[in-house]
Write a protein that binds this ligand. Structure first.
Ligand SMILES: [Zn+2]
Length: 347
């Protein structure tokens, strides 16, 4: 239980020795009680290595606050409530301050500030903040309703940003519909989807993962990474990871709906002109949680991104051209996972 470790050594005023000297900043797992519940969390403290007293640890006020926040976040996780970081993320999604976000939802100036620092929100407040994240239209309506709380300038600035988010989410919704209709013939598990029905949330997470772990990620390369991830997962576990269906195209395997899937919410597209041609750079848009993946999936993703991290688009295309999945299928045909699983060792 009591895993304890040194974070760093630091010069501070030691209350035992009453002078400034080197003390150890340490962290350990501990338990605390929040709202009558026992929670496990990590606490940070200082340890004086000089004093001979039995009592040689101390916690200055700033660290105390940090520890409390961690204990409360542990409680929030236990109860399925948004953590202080998650609340801050929603607010940043709309690029508003704590008091602006608070007023936008019709609350007092400091309600959100309290939730991000100390106080634990009740379920009603929690679900309103969740709704603000999931549905920008709800946020827009809430802003209109509480317009009077803002100066004209502020209202306009916030509204512009929220409307942008509404438009984005509309595009994402439409793209999801398009993807579903393109996959309408793959509603059953078979050799073409790797015995996995298309899971769009998983596709979004995998794309987000690669956008985070591979710098300079362009569209062509992303499509190969997706195929390798699915093929390797199939090879190891007899099932693809995402349910995407791939075709044999000039630049290697290409998933159906390749133009639509890059509009999923985890990534943003940047148009870049390279040698007079437009390229689409994929950049991360949303945090991807490790918990979105199984241990097996994470292992596959790590293997793929480590192998191909430094390949440019041309190199990965050439590499893929040597796979049996490519050599033994006809152009424009769907590639069966029964042959994809023959992929070469990724060393
Ligand atoms: Zn000391």
């Amino acid at each position: 239980m009591s895993k304890e470790y040194l974070i760093k050594e630091i010069y501070v005023d030691c209350p035992f020795c009453r002078n400034v000297h080197m003390v150890e900043k340490r962290r350990r797992e501990t338990q605390g009680i929040v709202k009558g519940e026992i929670v496990d969390y990590k606490e940070t403290f200082y340890l004086c290595p000089i004093t001979n007293e039995e009592e040689n640890e101390f916690v200055p006020a700033a660290l105390m606050d940090e520890n409390l926040l961690r204990a409360r976040d542990a409680y929030r996780k236990l109860k399925g409530l948004l953590t202080s970081d998650e609340i801050a993320e929603i607010r940043k999604f709309y690029e508003v301050t704590q008091s602006e976000f608070s007023n936008l939802l019709g609350w007092g100036d400091i309600t959100v500030t309290r939730y991000e620092s100390k106080k634990i929100q009740d379920e009603t407040y929690d679900s309103i903040m969740r709704m603000a994240r999931e549905n920008p239209l709800f946020t827009l309506q809430s802003l209109e309703k509480h317009k009077a709380k803002f100066s004209e300038d502020k209202y306009r600035r916030i509204r512009r940003k929220v409307v942008e988010r509404v438009e984005e989410s509309a595009i994402q919704y439409l793209k999801k519909q398009e993807i579903s209709s393109i996959y309408v013939n793959f509603k059953e598990e078979n050799e073409y989807n790797g015995y996995k029905i298309l899971d769009l949330d998983k596709v979004a997470s995998v794309i987000g993962y690669f956008a985070h772990s591979v710098i300079n990620l362009f569209k062509v390369k992303l499509m190969k990474l997706l195929w390798y991830a699915d093929a390797l997962h199939f090879k190891r576990h007899g099932k693809a990871m995402t349910g995407l269906v791939y075709k044999h195209m000039t630049y290697g395997a290409l998933p159906l709906a390749y133009d639509e899937i890059i509009h999923l919410p985890t990534v943003k597209i940047e148009e870049k002109i390279i040698c007079d041609e437009i390229s689409y750079k994929i950049i991360p848009n949303m945090k991807v949680n490790v918990s979105d993946f199984t241990v097996e999936e994470l292992d596959v993703l790590e293997t793929i991104s480590t192998k191909f991290k430094n390949y440019n688009s041309k190199e990965i295309v050439e590499y893929m051209h040597e796979e049996r999945a490519y050599k033994e299928t006809e152009p424009y045909n769907i590639i069966s996972f029964n042959i994809s699983k023959e992929l070469r060792e990724l060393r």
